[in-house]
Ligand binder design. Structure first.
Ligand code: AP5
Length: 215
């Protein structure tokens, strides 16, 4: 899944992981969990996360390589937030070639900047299960509380407007070239992300069916 911050990658990946019974691998979620546990990687990543800058490619590639080596990723996986630079995309291709499991599709969610800011300033996330909410578009049944496990929701540190604007700048300069990279490989599926969550889901599944013919 590729797309600007707030386009809905995590929301859609959570649906796809259930629909296809394959793991959702979110590099942002892994980094935030590492930081919370105060691991070596978490400490290295912390300042990049706070500023909305990209964590260096070497760290990210190493992290993904070890994650894809786990048993649950043998029959497939959804990558959310990786690759985010052309060198990361090249490293992923090399990894998947070694495993003889080429990428099936690159799903791009496309959304305008103003919609992005509106989504992120009102996003709330469950710190326990990772479920994603929005105060107006996708609210929990009880204010501030996760429907799944009753945990108090939080507002991500990088969802302040100034950091969001920087994340968008970083996306345009460093991540947008990855779109061309997959377009040239014939793997790119672009989905308009301003539609409702359900409509985006339907379009992704239809596009994947057309692309693979077997899903
Ligand atoms: P990461 O956690 O990946 O953040 P991001 O890419 O900026 O994406 P977000 O999680 O903010 O948004 P999303 O597209 O998942 O949207 P969501 O579904 O939540 O990365 C964070 C940081 O980690 C980076 O800045 C970087 O420092 C580091 N990092 C991570 N990966 C890296 C890598 N590969 N290389 C280097 N550094 C890396 O939806 C947003 C909101 O909108 C929610 O409230 C949701 O309810 C709502 N919503 C979703 N869809 C819809 C819809 N269709 N209609 C209305 N509302 C909707």
């Amino acid at each position: 899944m590729i797309g600007p911050p707030g386009a809905g990658k995590g929301t859609q990946a959570a649906f796809l992981t259930q629909r296809f019974s394959i793991p959702h691998i979110s590099t942002g979620d892994i980094l935030r969990a590492e930081r919370k546990r105060n691991t070596n990687l978490g400490r290295k990543a912390a300042s990049y996360l706070d500023k909305g800058e990209l964590v260096p490619d070497e760290l990210m590639v190493e992290m993904i390589e070890s994650r894809l080596g786990l048993d649950d990723a043998r029959t497939g996986f959804i990558l959310d937030g990786f690759p985010r630079t052309v060198p990361q995309a090249e490293a992923l291709d090399a990894m998947l070639a070694r495993l003889n499991r080429p990428l099936q599709a690159a799903i791009r969610l496309d959304l305008k900047d103003d919609d992005i800011v509106a989504r992120l300033v009102e996003r709330r996330v469950c710190p326990r299960c990772g479920r994603i909410y929005h105060l107006r578009n996708n609210p929990p049944s009880t204010d501030g509380i996760c429907d799944t496990d009753g945990t108090r929701l939080y507002h991500r540190d990088d969802d302040q407007e100034a950091t969001i604007r920087n994340r968008l700048k970083v996306y345009r300069t460093q991540t947008a070239p990855v779109i061309d990279y997959y377009d040239k490989q014939g793997l790119l599926i672009t989905i308009p992300a301003h539609l409702t969550i359900d409509e985006v889901q339907k379009r992704i599944v239809t596009a994947l069916r057309e692309e693979a013919g077997t899903l």
